[in-house]
Design a protein around this ligand. Structure first.
Ligand SMILES: NC(=O)c1ccc[n+]([C@@H]2O[C@H](COP(=O)([O-])OP(=O)(O)OC[C@H]3O[C@@H](n4cnc5c(N)ncnc54)[C@H](OP(=O)(O)O)[C@@H]3O)[C@@H](O)[C@H]2O)c1
Length: 305
């Protein structure tokens, strides 16, 4: 097994994707598996996960495995990483893709608000736990699935990182609070990308991020309601007719970042629809990045310098 990832034949390469049972993660796993990569699909949707795995293996036996994990649980992330370490001698690409939007304020087993727990803390911890394996497999790649929603708000509230105050009433659903929690989580993905890229200099491991586009037609918004859902339905319908917001279109950027030889040295860069895109200036703020990093180290026990 080995070497740099090449675009067409991915035989021998191991790729892990979180949230790979459905949506863009599923489509990405399907394409990468069809090119010969061994894809580890991680998700908490057991039925969809095994269905995705079986579809990939039907076309190319042995290309995919499904591993159940509730990523919002730090212990389950630790178990996942230990399982990967025990079963694989390389990891060429880690795609940190799982995400949610939920108007109900839910908390993880560890007491973290779910957008924060799933989109940020899980991937902060998982990446650190798999870092040695990624370094041993260099050149290798980490891909953060962020969103242009990182631009759609005032940023993190460092007095309220666990999103306690976003929901005025914790027992009432709020689309607005959910969207702000999502905005903070996706901004956190970019803080992480920049901070981690600095630490990875010279290791042969790159880290980049993706905005998959706007209102991509997956099930991620199914819990949203009201005007938000109405707008989403209109955009879903319109976009689908013109092929603008299909998971297949968005997955092309995932696949490009995972496999394009021309990107082997590219790091700390944000992409949308296969092109480089500017992040907000806020996403590069070194002071905010450091504060989030230090807090995340305290919460997860990983990543101390
Ligand atoms: N769709 C869009 O318009 C859009 C736009 C910009 C960015 N994004 C980002 O793109 C990524 C993929 O989104 P998608 O639209 O493909 O979503 P999706 O269809 O909902 O797929 C995400 C998968 O992740 C799973 N997941 C969520 N929480 C998890 C947890 N704690 N443990 C394990 N698995 C978990 C989901 O399960 P459940 O279905 O049970 O939650 C689902 O199977 C996300 O990071 C999202 O924020 C999406």
């Amino acid at each position: 097994m080995t070497g740099a990832v090449v675009a067409d034949d991915l035989t021998g390469h191991v790729i892990l994707i979180t949230g790979g049972a459905r949506g863009m993660g599923c489509e990405t796993a399907r394409v990468l598996g069809s090119r010969g990569a061994h894809v580890i699909i991680v998700d908490w949707e057991g039925e969809a996960g095994t269905r995705t795995r079986d579809a990939i293996n039907a076309a190319r036996p042995g290309s995919a495995v499904f591993r159940y994990c509730d990523l919002s649980s730090l212990d389950e992330v630790r178990e996942l990483a230990a399982w990967v370490d025990a079963n694989y001698d390389r990891l060429d690409v880690l795609i940190n893709n799982a995400g949610i939007t939920d108007p109900v304020r839910r908390v993880s087993l560890d007491g973290f608000e779910m957008h924060l727990a799933t989109c940020h803390l899980a991937h902060f911890l998982l990446t650190h736990l798999l870092l040695d394996l990624l370094k041993r497999s260099a050149p290798s790649r980490i891909i953060m699935i962020s969103s242009d929603a990182h631009k759609a708000g005032p940023g993190l509230d460092f007095d309220d990182l666990n999103n306690e105050k976003l929901w005025k009433a914790h027992d009432k659903p709020s689309n607005g609070a959910a969207f702000q929690a999502y905005h903070r989580a996706k901004l956190s993905n970019l803080y992480f990308m920049h901070s981690m890229a600095e630490r990875l200099a010279g290791t042969g491991v790159t880290i980049n991020a993706i905005s998959p586009g706007y209102f991509v037609n997956t099930s991620i918004y199914r819990n949203m309601s009201g005007i938000f859902m109405l707008a989403a339905r209109v955009v879903f319908g319109f976009g689908t007719v013109f092929g603008l917001n299909t998971p297949q279109r968005s997955a092309k950027t995932y696949v490009k970042l995972a496999t394009d030889p021309a990107l082997e040295q590219v790091t700390a860069t944000y992409f949308e629809h296969e092109k480089v895109k500017e992040t907000s200036a806020q996403a590069q703020d070194p002071e905010a990045r450091k504060r989030l990093w230090d807090w995340s180290v305290t919460q997860t026990g990983a990543g101390a310098d």
